[in-house]
Design a protein around this ligand. Structure first.
Ligand code: C2E
Ligand code: MG
Ligand code: MG
Ligand code: MG
Length: 283
């Protein structure tokens, strides 16, 4: 009897199965194969010095182009990579690729400032991030001073995995550290002062509407002035409008990233962009 019902039971199950769970399984299945299938790429977004308008660095941003799923946003797959632990090999690939690229740009004489790589909290919990970073700098020949690592506030606040100790070791290698998406977490100023970070990146949610939302404008201005008094460099994220640029410049923000200047670019285009920026400066 069960056998007779088998087919119907399956159809019932399949049609009722949570569509999101299916999508997640499909995503996870594909994610396990991204490295061997070479489906990942790094894009680079220029960081701009607001006073001069010149490039002062770049952030590496991960892209996944899946033949089956199309282009998958990092917001969709990074959390899954973190849950499954795949962020460990993927994160290592990201760092190696970014350092190799930065090393090429340096050799070509076009690199301006540092290349920044995003790290996830899981990579600190794995316990060997310092050794991994040191090994990759060795392998790629990139001097540590050209690398910046970005962590979010929640990663910085996770005292369990001795993040503070690991950050200090990374800093001792000569790597710059920045707090990403600043303002969205709960880091206390007292704790922030203890961290060996040199850059705060103001989250784009405060930038987006600051030209017409007084609260956002007040928060952005407060973060900038706080960063300045703590003697931290400050980068505004998600700068899309001339009005944003004006506001930031007036309030003492020194650097910015956003579509106003450039979208994240494939490595080759970023190389051309860097060369063009350099040429414009010499003229
Ligand atoms: P994030 O590090 O805060 O990166 C900034 C995000 O804002 C990027 O989204 C970038 O493309 C986007 N963006 C830049 N300028 C503008 C703008 O003017 N307007 C708007 N609306 N958006 C702008 P993306 O590339 O989708 O990355 C999303 C997040 O995924 C990143 O946020 C970062 O947290 C994470 N992520 C990206 N690559 C990596 C990686 O290699 N490793 C890890 N662990 N996380 C990564
Ligand atoms: Mg970032
Ligand atoms: Mg951010
Ligand atoms: Mg973010």
């Amino acid at each position: 009897k069960a056998k007779a019902r088998g087919k119907n039971a399956f159809q019932f199950y399949a049609s009722d199965m949570n569509v999101r769970a299916m999508a997640r399984l499909e995503l996870e299945f594909a994610l396990h194969r991204v490295l061997e299938r070479e489906e990942l790429a790094l894009y680079y977004q220029p960081k701009i010095d607001l006073a001069s308008g010149r490039c002062c660095g770049a952030e590496a941003l991960l892209r996944w182009f899946s033949p089956d799923l199309g282009s998958v946003s990092p917001a969709a797959f990074i959390p899954l990579a973190e849950e499954t632990g795949l962020i460990i090999p993927i994160g290592e690939w990201v760092l190696r690729t970014a350092c190799t690229q930065a090393s090429h740009w340096l050799a070509q004489g076009v690199l301006e400032g540092r290349v920044a790589v995003n790290l996830s909290g899981r990579q600190f919990a794995s316990g060997n991030i310092v050794a991994m970073v040191r090994r990759i700098l060795d392998e790629t020949g990139l001097p540590a001073g050209f690398l910046e690592l970005e962590i979010t506030e929640s990663t910085a606040m996770d005292v369990d995995s001795d993040v503070l100790g690991q950050l200090s070791s990374l800093r001792a290698l000569g790597i710059a550290l920045s707090i990403d998406d600043f303002g969205t977490g709960y880091s206390s100023l007292a704790y922030l002062k203890k961290l060996p970070v040199s850059v705060l990146k103001v989250d784009q949610s405060f930038i987006k509407d600051l030209h017409h939302d007084r609260d956002d404008a007040a928060i952005a201005a407060a973060i900038i002035s706080m960063a300045r008094s703590l003697e931290l460099d400050i980068v505004a994220e998600g700068v899309e409008l001339e009005a944003h640029r004006q506001f930031l410049l007036q309030h003492g923000c020194t650097m910015a990233q956003g579509y106003l200047f450039s979208r994240p670019l494939p490595a080759q285009e970023m190389g051309r962009w860097l060369a063009g920026d350099k040429a414009a400066c010499i003229v």
